[in-house]
Design a protein around this ligand. Structure first.
Ligand code: L34
Length: 287
């Protein structure tokens, strides 16, 4: 049976560390601050935003929530972001995705000041990650790297297969694995032989949003299997992109859903917020 990579436990350890850092920053007069914006009534988004606020409270990060109605205009949202960009109490701005269809996500991400972009979705931050010179790493991929580290696996020279090529997970994930000197393959909907490709992998990261797409037959004996999937089934239960039971029989280590990557995403958001505050503090400007 595989080692279970416990994201909840690791996230707690990281949050405990951040708590100590936050106390030190607060003593210097710079309490980290996060603004979380949620538009509309997506029930999954509501759960994630609540977890983010709870994590802030636990660590001692100041947080503000802006829960805006579904029919909020793009202009109103951009004006709010502009206000938060200028507010020195706020070190991080997070606009929970997805946004309602009438709002252009790209325009919204572009409006966030790169220095407060704790999701690392702004093109400036994406570019910095590409060249390996960054302040913020995107939360989910960074959380995955921490989980792999926890498994004790050294990524150097390993065959890593990422399934999914989204801007928020698949693409940056591949780049972070490359920075660790892994050999990286990205699979997507047009990949001709998914099973064969995944079977080569020492490390599999599944981030496609298709429930239980990856099964034990596709897994090499002794592989590390990371499940980023967060699919809500019809009966409202949560399923990852990985079929846990069959994959756990073959894997060396595997993440569960829930309790794997999800809590790590939140811990990494907290880490970025504290880092942003710490950078603001060393730039001065704190009375
Ligand atoms: N801007 N939008 C922005 N930043 C993000 O980093 C996100 N994401 C994704 C959706 N939209 C975003 C998140 O926060 C996904 N995501 C996220 C965060 C936390 C969890 C899942 C997804 C999480 O805590 N999951 C729990 C289960 C929660 C449940 O019961 O639904 C877990 O244990 O996996």
């Amino acid at each position: 049976m595989a080692i279970i990579l416990d994201g909840k436990k690791l996230a707690q350890k990281i949050k405990d560390n951040l708590k100590a850092q936050t106390i030190r920053l607060t003593e210097k007069g710079k309490t980290p601050g996060l603004a979380v914006i949620i538009v509309g009534n997506n029930s999954a988004s509501r759960i994630y935003v609540n977890s983010k606020k709870r994590a802030c409270a636990e660590i001692g990060i100041y947080s503000e929530e802006y829960a805006l109605p579904e029919d909020t205009s793009e202009k109103e949202l951009l004006e709010l972001i502009e206000k938060l960009n200028k507010n020195s109490d706020i070190d991080g701005i997070l606009v929970q995705l997805p946004l309602p269809g009438h709002i252009d996500e790209k325009a919204v991400i572009n409006a966030i000041s790169p220095g407060k972009d704790v999701d690392a979705f702004h093109p400036v931050n994406v570019g910095k990650i590409m060249i390996g010179d960054y302040d913020f790493l995107p939360c989910t991929p960074a959380g995955v790297i921490e989980l792999i580290n926890e498994s004790g696996i050294d990524l150097e020279g390993k065959e890593c297969v990422v399934i999914g090529r989204s801007n928020i997970v698949g693409k940056p994930m591949s780049m972070l694995l490359l920075h660790k000197n892994a050999t990286v393959t990205i699979c997507h909907s047009k990949t001709v032989n998914l099973a064969e490709t995944v079977r080569r992998a020492d490390v599999v990261v599944a981030a496609v949003g298709r429930a239980q797409l990856i099964n034990g037959d596709m897994i090499k004996e002794g592989a590390v299997v990371i499940d980023v999937g967060m699919n809500r089934l019809e009966d409202n239960t949560l399923a990852g992109d990985v079929h846990f039971e069959s994959c756990a029989k073959k894997a060396y280590a595997i993440t569960p859903v829930p309790g794997g990557v999800g809590p790590m995403t939140i811990a990494m958001l907290m880490k970025n917020t504290v880092k942003s505050a710490s950078l603001a503090c060393s730039r001065g400007g704190v009375e």
